[in-house]
Design a protein around this ligand. Structure first.
Ligand code: GLU
Length: 450
């Protein structure tokens, strides 16, 4: 990785992050990306230097690691590791999802928790940053196994949660089913129906309309705003959406509604290419009802092609929406996208583009919306769910979607204006990192040395 040099005040801080967090590559990557943007902020805001805000922001307030024992369907004992990193609570209770995936280790949860601080700040809502999860692999597990795992996970985690303390939600591998099992266990242990302790809940037990759709809808709204700022729109655009989980599904839906055509999606085994446009109802049946693999799509849509092990970024498109996982677009992929005429990238996933890839997009001056801005719609709608829970109210779909749309427009405008103010017009990476940071940093100074 040939990184851009850091400001001389920031380099020693980054070296210290490397020293204290050995081997946590994704965390290093996320920290470096933010620090690369902050040089000019230190000049304008010497109080942040004086109060060592950056040193403090890079160190989580609390990190919890625990054993999760559970029994599989054969009666065999299994052991996984659980995490919750409570990163920063200057703006509100820790807020961020839980990820269940075999790749999870402390470095992944810390990168996600770190990003979450700035993302949540950008929403303008009162939420701090945190993240959690486990190296548990939900793939191929029965409902009973999932339930027993979730109950065991919550048996430890519950003592750290609370509507004013820490409020988890879903992420990769954690959706309505898992949150239901976790909420049930929380309620049983505490004897409290505390709706505000988890978000992404089901609609019959305290959830909010639009929360399921929110990350995908929000990312599409964000890209629509970037296109609008350039006098353009989704109308008639060919789009590629990686992944086929919750974020990808609702990104496809909203893009189709806004006049674009999504021609490809994927999972970790391969790519579906449907030049005539992806049939969303079919993807939903495979992923949400059958919990199957995307390869089976081509058996039921004969005009589509399945490319096992294929690279989705080789497919020409105007708009790319990486919505699968971290580091899924490298420098080569980014060059291919630009060469093939891609004009906009909106990150539905967290940190899906490597530093080399980001540089390619910025140099090509395409509209590049980084995850912490573009995918903030999910957590923003979680905060709207918290508002509804606190007032024991529930809002209509239309009203909640309108609120989400406004929030995404505001995030876009804040990033856009901040990029201009700092002399890098059109650079949403600078805009998002600087605007997200300044709000948290100011609150940290105001709250004293804590
Ligand atoms: N996991 C989602 C994210 O990456 C949502 C978090 C939440 O709703 O708390 O932002």
């Amino acid at each position: 990785m040939s990184a851009a040099p850091l400001d001389e005040k920031l380099e020693p801080i980054f070296q210290e992050v490397l020293r204290r967090n050995p081997g946590e590559l994704e965390f290093h990557q996320a920290v470096r990306e933010v620090l690369e943007c902050l040089g000019p902020v230190m000049v304008k805001h010497p109080e942040f230097v004086e109060h060592k805000v950056i040193e403090r922001i890079c160190e989580p307030e609390r990190q919890i690691i625990f054993r999760v024992p559970w029994q599989d369907d054969k009666g065999e004992v299994q052991i996984n590791r659980g995490f919750r990193v409570e990163f920063n609570s200057a703006l509100g209770p820790y807020k961020g999802g839980l990820r269940f995936h075999p790749s999870v280790y402390l470095g992944i949860i810390k990168f996600l928790g770190f990003e979450q601080i700035f993302k949540n700040s950008l929403t303008g809502l009162p939420i701090g940053g945190g993240k959690g999860g486990s190296d548990f692999d939900p793939k191929g597990k029965s409902d009973g196994e999932i339930m027993r795992f979730c109950q065991s996970f919550m048996t430890e985690l519950y003592r750290h949660l609370g509507e004013y303390t820490d409020v988890p939600a879903g992420d990769i591998g954690v959706g309505g089913r898992e949150l239901g099992f976790m909420f049930g266990q929380y309620k049983r242990i505490t004897n409290r129906y505390e709706s505000g302790v988890l978000t992404g809940k089901g609609l019959t037990w305290g959830g909010s309309l639009v929360r399921t759709e929110a990350t995908g809808y929000g990312a599409s709204f964000f890209v629509a705003e970037m296109l609008r700022a350039r006098g353009d729109s989704f109308d008639g655009k060919t789009c590629v959406v990686s992944g086929s989980g919750n974020v990808a599904i609702y990104t496809i839906e909203k893009i189709h509604e806004m006049g674009g055509k999504v021609v490809a999606c994927s999972d970790s085994n391969g790519v579906i290419y449907a030049e005539h446009g992806i049939d969303l109802a079919l993807v939903q049946r495979i992923k949400e009802v059958e919990r199957g693999r995307i390869g089976s799509y081509a058996e039921r849509d004969r005009k589509a092609r399945y490319i096992p092990g294929g690279n989705i970024w080789d497919i020409p498109c105007h708009v790319a929406m990486p919505s699968a996982t971290q580091n899924e677009i490298n420098g080569r992929d980014a060059r291919t996208l630009v060469k093939n005429g891609c004009i906009a990238v909106g990150e539905g996933a967290n940190m899906p583009t490597t530093p080399d890839g980001i540089r390619v997009f910025l140099d090509a001056k395409i509209a590049y919306g980084p995850g912490k801005a573009a995918n903030a719609g999910g957590v923003a709608t979680s905060a709207l769910e918290m508002q509804q829970n606190a007032s024991r109210d529930s809002w209509s779909f239309e009203y909640t979607e309108k609120r989400l749309h406004e929030i995404m427009r505001n995030i876009h405008d804040l990033c856009y204006q901040t990029a201009e103010e700092y002399g890098t017009p059109g650079n949403y990476v600078n805009g998002a990192n600087i605007a997200g940071f300044i709000k948290v940093a100011s609150a940290m100074v105001a709250l004293g040395l804590i």
